[in-house]
Design a protein. Structure first.
Length: 294
């Protein structure tokens, strides 16, 4: 158990170092007149996060499919996962808005990079590459292994913190931690990494579309989206009020999130997850029939 814990920590540190080194490299290259499209460097950075997890798993002689939790889920679970994603939006927005009281919106600052090149390539990086690579690395590897050596709550919080730190900035770290907790619990409920991959891709899709529309609106008005957003953030005092409203909505949504997690566990016939998540007192009081609790 101790060796496995060390292995998790070391592998994550390698992920972090690679991600940091690549981010600095791609910040440095434009100063030397080397401009690399977002689609290329974004993909390289995502692969850089993923590779250490794959290498560690292969060195241990374990199956990548089984280790990372690539297990089929039922159509009903997919619909429930979409619903869970929608319920997760207020906590996500809350963390994003409250963090902007102190720091700029990082996604908006990089909007021009994403939209200046190939939109299809940028969409691929943000929605496909980021969702799959980060979920395999942070949930498939870190969370799945952590919950074998510690308590579920501890594994959830640590993997969420890891997810936040890997983004290398305060703004994204704040909402990534919140999402990381929900993603981990969703994976545990379903027993499959596909739940968080779906959630991650939906959230990133929405973010990408909003940034694209914002960039188009700013350009048509002759403004720079990043500068306009930052000026509004600094001068406007509405961030705190908006954040508190979203916090209240998030608290109201918590029982609904818990209920959907229970339904996902039931849909996948996963009574162990229901017990571990505290969603039922006694597993043997539930009878399963095709994923429906009686």
């Amino acid at each position: 158990m101790k060796i496995e814990t060390i292995g998790i920590v070391v592998t994550y540190m390698v992920m972090l170092i690679i991600n940091f080194a690549l981010s600095k490299l791609f910040d440095f290259l434009p100063n030397k007149g080397i401009n690399i499209p977002f689609a290329i460097y974004g993909t390289v950075m995502e692969i850089g996060i993923l590779l250490p997890a794959i290498i560690y798993t292969k060195l241990k002689g374990e199956s990548l499919i089984d280790s990372f939790g690539f297990r089929k889920i039922r159509p009903r679970t997919v619909f429930l996962t979409v619903g869970l994603t929608l319920l997760s939006l207020p906590p996500f927005w809350c963390a994003n808005v409250l963090s902007q009281i102190f720091v700029p919106n990082t996604a908006v600052e990089s909007a021009s990079e994403m939209t200046s090149g190939s939109l299809l390539g940028s969409f691929f990086v943000v929605v496909i590459a980021a969702s799959i690579c980060e979920e395999i690395a942070l949930r498939g590897f870190c969370f799945n292994r952590l919950k074998k050596v510690t308590y579920l709550l501890t594994a959830t919080c640590i993997s969420a913190l890891m997810f936040g730190i890997i983004h290398l900035n305060i703004n994204q770290m704040c909402y990534a931690i919140v999402l990381g907790i929900i993603f981990a619990l969703a994976n545990h409920a379903s027993g499959s990494i596909w739940t968080s991959v779906i959630m991650h891709s939906i959230i990133n899709s929405l973010g990408f579309i909003i940034l694209l529309l914002g960039e188009m609106a700013a350009n048509s008005a002759g403004l720079d989206l990043a500068e306009a957003t930052e000026m509004e953030r600094v001068q406007d005092n509405s961030m705190l009020i908006t954040g508190l409203v979203l916090l209240a909505i998030s608290i109201i949504f918590l029982p609904l999130i818990k209920r959907v997690l229970r339904k996902i566990a039931v849909s996948e016939n996963n009574p162990e997850a229901m017990t571990n998540l505290g969603l039922c007192k006694e597993t043997n009081k539930l009878e399963f029939d095709g994923g429906i609790a009686k």
